[in-house]
Write a protein of this length. Structure first.
Length: 109
């Protein structure tokens, strides 16, 4: 269940970030309210993940997958193009997140 909460936190954070450009520097009420709720939920769900996982693992996973998903959605939603070097870097980030999670110590004392 811990990773489910972490996944929800990542999805909410990505949604909030994707709405930043739509908010018009916080001048448009609906996108601003929606992104604020998304960020609140992201931090809320993140607290559940941190109950059992080390903060280093949680934050590495959150930031790494968040960067990857935001880059991916930026391509499909906003048509932003990435150079192959950036794509390679994103794949290395995802690889790093996978390695960190595979070899993380799940026992917290």
């Amino acid at each position: 269940m811990t990773y489910f909460y972490l996944f929800l936190a990542i999805i909410c954070e990505v949604c909030g970030t994707m709405l930043l450009s739509s908010s018009g520097n916080f001048t448009k009420p609906i996108p601003t309210i929606t992104l604020s709720i998304a960020y609140f939920l992201a931090f809320y769900f993140l607290t559940f993940a941190m109950k059992t996982l080390p903060i280093a693992i949680v934050y590495a996973t959150w930031s790494g997958l968040g960067i990857f998903l935001i880059s991916l959605f930026s391509y499909f939603i906003y048509g932003q193009i990435l150079k192959w070097q950036s794509i390679l870097g994103l794949l290395l980030i995802v690889s790093g997140v996978i390695i960190v999670n595979i070899y993380s110590n799940q026992n917290i004392h």
